[in-house]
Write a protein that binds this ligand. Structure first.
Ligand code: GLA
Length: 382
């Protein structure tokens, strides 16, 4: 049974249980004006700020570098808060070696084969940073850029507006792309992301967020016991370089069938060719609902040990589910623990990987005069 979130949080606050790294609990249920502090400096002296915001019992810390969600704290049913997203406690680690922890991804989420595509008869060569392929926007994607951040508090919502302009030719992409991403915490503690972009030349765009979730708390061990459901009857199988073959394969009868909630670890060791290619799950689900004008529910994640839940709704047609396969015990996270394979998972709402080279996939082309708009909502419960 799911308890009413605000009741739980109010109860926990009354019992004095809500104090955390966020310091103080003045209004555990109410919106708190985003607070800014210096987080660090880049090698060229650019200052990076960290914003703390809180509403409806959800607490977030966001960096101006990469729009990174550095921490996201939510309570369990007894009001015990944990940071449920992987990250680092310092800027240098993000710059040196982050596997996109918590970051905004652009200009193109996931892979483009050989970093090449043709648009309106013109060939483009992108920055190649993943074997032969371009991953997450290339070597210096939006995750490694400093965004302009503007806090807001509107009605019962609080949030941040993040702005970044990618110049024409950056990482090989045509067109000046002006992006605006809005992070909103609602009075119910939902985290909503609204992505917008415009361009001055035809280009391709696929923005997403790369939070690594562990609902038991970052650094607490593996997510293989988390239960997940995904409203998708098909997924996009890949080749050995994790580029979609173009097929929309049925999930029925495969380890990729999450139409009914199941533990992530249940089938992850099945000797299925696709799991061998991904070193686990690293695939895009073609959501049954397709592209929608308003966000529709597509996935539910639940940690049985804490009871915490995450529900995802999106306007996007795809969901990349990545089971943290490349975490290899070499990174030390926010809480001081080492992250190992399977210690978190990502659920990246998106258009399909390599769409610029796959005529049968929904288009990722954006033209001058058009506005790119997508929305994803994360709802937390316990
Ligand atoms: C995405 C990709 C993965 C991996 C991670 C980051 O989820 O699909 O293959 O690159 O990002 O490590």
């Amino acid at each position: 049974m799911e308890l009413n979130r605000r009741t739980v949080i109010a109860g926990a606050a009354a019992a004095g249980m809500a104090a955390t790294a966020f310091g103080g609990t003045a209004h555990a249920t109410g919106g708190r004006k985003p607070v800014k502090e210096l987080f660090g400096k880049l090698a060229d002296g650019t200052k990076v700020y960290r914003w703390s915001l809180e509403n409806g019992g959800t607490r977030m810390k966001v960096l101006s570098y990469g729009g990174i969600v550095q921490a996201l704290e939510i309570p369990d049913s007894r009001g015990r808060y944990r940071n449920v997203s992987l990250g680092f406690d310092n800027l240098d680690d993000y710059v040196a070696s982050s596997p996109y922890f918590g970051a905004l991804i652009g200009r193109y989420g996931n892979r483009i084969a050989k970093g090449r595509f043709t648009l309106d008869g013109k060939d483009h060569q992108l920055s190649v940073n993943d074997g032969d392929n371009s991953l997450h926007g290339g070597a210096q994607g939006f995750d490694k850029r400093v965004w302009d951040v503007e806090p807001f508090s509107q009605g019962s919502d609080v949030g941040l507006r993040l702005y970044y302009t990618g110049v024409d030719g950056e990482m090989g992409y045509p067109g000046t792309l002006r992006s605006k991403v809005t992070y909103t915490l609602t009075r119910d503690g939902d985290w909503r992301i609204d992505y917008e972009a415009t361009t001055d030349k035809a280009t391709v765009v696929n923005l997403t967020s790369h939070v690594y979730w562990n609902l038991a708390g970052e650094g607490s061990g593996s997510i293989y016991d988390h239960e997940l459901s995904i409203a998708a009857s098909r997924y996009t199988p890949v080749d050995s370089g994790l580029i979609p073959t173009g097929e929309l394969a049925k999930v029925a009868g495969t380890p990729f069938d999450f139409r009914r909630s199941k533990a992530i670890g249940r089938d992850i060791r099945v000797a299925h060719q696709q799991l061998l290619y991904g070193k686990g799950i690293d695939h895009n689900w073609a959501l049954d609902k397709g592209i929608t004008s308003t966000p529709e529910h597509v996935a539910t994640l639940r940690d049985p040990s804490s009871g915490r839940t995450l529900k995802i709704a999106t306007t996007e047609p795809g969901l990349q589910f990545y089971s943290g396969n490349f975490l290899d015990g070499t990174l030390v996270g926010t809480g001081g623990s080492v992250y190992r394979q399977g210690d978190a998972l990502c659920l990246e709402t998106q258009h399909f990987p390599d769409s610029p080279n796959q005529p049968s996939f929904p288009s990722t082309v954006l033209r001058p005069g058009q506005t790119y708009r997508t929305t994803t909502v994360h709802s937390f419960g316990a």
